[in-house]
Design a protein around this ligand. Structure first.
Ligand SMILES: Cc1cc2nc3c(=O)[nH]c(=O)nc-3n(C[C@H](O)[C@H](O)[C@H](O)COP(=O)(O)OP(=O)(O)OC[C@H]3O[C@@H](n4cnc5c(N)ncnc54)[C@H](O)[C@@H]3O)c2cc1C
Length: 423
C-alpha cells in the first residue's frame, strides 16, 4: 500500500501587522508552510505600534451613528469634533462617505455595534488562549477601562449609551470622581474635574507591538518565514484564483494568500479586481517615559470629552487621539497633539517626562459600517482579513482564528454574519 501523502499548504500572509502575524500563527499551528511579507524592516510597526493599547469590547460602538452626520457637518464648518473630515479630490472618500452615512441610521448603527461587540468578546477570549499557550509578555493590565466624563449630563448620556453593551455581556460599574480616586490614585488630585466614569470591567490593555514581535518569534520557531523590506505591488489572478504576488523582490507564488495589509489592502486588492470599502482614519499617537516617582494612571481609559485614550505600556505612557479622514497622509505637526498635551497637563501632570515624547500619526483601516472584512471575496484562494478600524488590536486574535479556520476547513466558532465582503 502506498504511504498516505500529506500535502503541505503554502500560504503567503501579506502584511506583518497584528492582524497578519496572528493569522500566520494560527495557520502555522494548523500545519501550513507560512511566509509573511512586510514592507517595513520589522513587524507591527504601522497602526499596530501606534494604538492606544486598549483591548476594548467596551468601546465597540460603530462610528457610523445617528450623531455622526451632525459631527461631520460641524467639522466641515471648522468645529473641533471627534470625527473630522477634509474634503479633497479623492473620489474614494466620497464613495466611502456615502456608505458611512447610510450606516448612521439607528437600526444599522445598533446592529453594527453588536456585530463588533460579539467579535471583540470572542477575540479577547482567543487572545487569552494564545497568551496562556505561548507565555507571551505584552505589559498586560487587566483592570477594565475607564470611560471618563467631565460633566453630569455627559455622564448620564454615557451611562445610557453603555447600557447596550451591558445588555450584551459587558460588566460595568459607574464611578463618581471620588470613587475613581480610590480606585486609581492618579485621579485623587483631579477628582473635582471629573463627573464620573463608566468602568468596563471586561476591558484590558497591553502593548500590541510587543505582542506582535513575540508572536512572530513563536511563528518563526514553527518554521514561518518573515520577509521584511518586501513591498507587495499587485496580485496576479486568472479566473477565480490568485496565481502570484508581484513584489519589490520579484514574483512570489503560493497555494493560498491572506490579505492583511491594513490601510494598504484596498490598493492591492484592486489589482485583482476586488473592491474593498476601506478608507484610512488618521490618528495621532504619542509615547512618554514614565517619571520615576510620578503619579501615573494604572488603568487604561478614554476621556469622552477630549477624546484622548491612554494606557500604560510598561514604563511608558501612551496617549492617542483624533480621527481625521484626510486620505493616505501620515504627516503631523506639533499642533496636532494639542489636545493630548492639554489632557496630559490636566489629568496626569506628574506622570511622565513630557519633554521626551515620541510622536507619530497612524492610519486606522476603517470600513463604513465598522466590522472588518473576513474570508473569501471572488477568488477561491485569496482570504481577506482587513478593515479592523479603531479596534484591530482588540479584534486581531479572533479574526485570525476565524480566517485560519476557514482556510483549514474548520467551522469558525463565530457566525460570519456581518463580517464578510458581501454583507
Ligand atoms: C491612534 C490609534 C489608536 C488606536 N487605538 C486602538 C486601541 O486602543 N485598541 C484597539 O483595539 N485598536 C486600536 N487602534 C486600531 C488598531 O491599531 C488597528 O486596527 C490595527 O493595528 C490594524 O492592524 P493591521 O495589522 O490590520 O494593520 P497594520 O498594523 O497597519 O499592519 C499592516 C501592515 O501591512 C504593511 N503593508 C501595508 N501595505 C503594504 C504593501 N503594499 N506591501 C507590504 N507591506 C505592506 C504595513 O507596513 C503594516 O505593517 C488604534 C489605531 C490608531 C491609529
Amino acid at each position: 500500500m502506498a504511504p498516505t501523502e500529506v500535502s503541505i499548504v503554502k500560504t503567503l500572509v501579506l502584511g506583518g501587522g497584528v492582524v497578519g502575524v496572528t493569522t500566520a500563527y494560527f495557520l502555522a499551528k494548523a500545519g501550513h508552510e507560512v511566509t509573511v511579507i512586510e514592507e517595513k524592516d520589522g513587524v507591527g510597526l504601522e497602526a499596530s505600534s501606534g494604538n492606544a493599547g486598549i483591548i476594548a469590547p467596551g468601546h465597540a460602538f460603530a462610528w457610523a451613528s445617528p450623531a455622526a452626520p451632525r459631527m461631520l457637518w460641524e467639522s466641515l464648518r471648522g468645529g473641533e469634533t471627534a470625527i473630522r473630515v477634509r474634503l479633497g479630490s479623492d473620489p474614494r472618500l466620497y464613495a466611502w462617505g456615502a456608505r458611512f452615512l447610510r450606516e448612521c441610521a439607528p437600526g444599522r448603527s445598533r446592529r453594527n455595534t453588536l456585530v463588533k461587540l460579539r467579535l471583540c468578546q470572542y477575540s479577547q477570549a482567543v487572545l487569552g488562549e494564545v497568551v496562556r499557550a505561548e507565555g507571551i509578555e505584552y505589559h498586560a493590565i487587566e483592570k477594565g477601562a475607564l470611560y471618563l466624563h467631565r460633566d453630569p449630563a455627559g455622564l448620564e448620556a454615557g451611562v445610557k449609551k453603555m447600557a447596550l453593551l451591558a445588555e450584551h455581556g459587558q460588566r460595568q460599574e459607574i464611578l463618581s470622581g471620588a470613587e475613581l480616586a480610590r480606585l486609581d490614585p492618579v485621579f485623587a488630585p483631579v477628582a473635582h474635574k471629573i463627573a464620573g466614569a463608566v468602568r468596563d470591567l471586561g476591558d484590558s490593555s497591553g502593548d500590541s507591538r510587543l505582542f506582535v514581535e513575540s508572536l512572530a518569534r513563536r511563528c518563526q520557531d514553527m518554521g514561518t518565514v518573515v520577509r521584511l523590506g518586501v513591498r507587495v505591488a499587485a496580485l496576479q489572478a486568472s479566473g477565480d484564483r490568485v496565481d502570484a504576488v508581484l513584489t519589490s523582490h520579484g514574483v512570489l507564488t503560493a497555494d493560498s494568500y491572506v490579505l492583511a495589509l491594513g490601510v494598504g489592502s484596498p490598493a492591492v486588492a484592486r489589482t485583482a479586481g476586488v473592491g474593498l470599502p476601506i478608507y484610512p482614519a488618521k490618528g495621532y499617537s504619542s509615547t512618554f517615559p514614565l517619571r520615576a516617582n510620578g503619579l501615573a494612571p494604572t488603568i487604561p481609559g478614554v476621556d469622552e470629552r477630549w477624546l484622548v485614550g491612554w494606557s500604560r505600556l510598561g514604563d511608558r505612557l501612551r496617549l492617542t487621539s483624533t480621527a481625521e479622514f484626510v486620505g493616505y497622509d501620515w504627516g503631523w505637526t506639533p499642533r496636532d497633539f494639542g489636545n493630548i498635551r492639554s489632557l496630559a497637563r490636566d489629568l496626569f501632570p506628574d506622570a511622565a517626562d513630557y519633554d521626551r515624547g515620541q510622536y507619530r500619526a497612524c492610519l486606522r483601516p476603517m470600513t463604513p459600517d465598522g466590522p472588518p472584512i473576513l474570508g473569501l471575496g471572488r477568488h477561491r484562494n485569496l482570504f481577506l482579513n482587513c478593515g479592523h478600524g479603531h479596534l484591530g488590536w482588540t479584534m486581531a486574535c479572533g479574526t485570525a482564528r476565524i480566517v485560519a479556520d476557514l482556510m483549514t476547513g474548520r467551522m469558525p466558532e463565530l457566525d460570519l454574519d456581518g463580517l464578510t465582503l458581501r454583507r
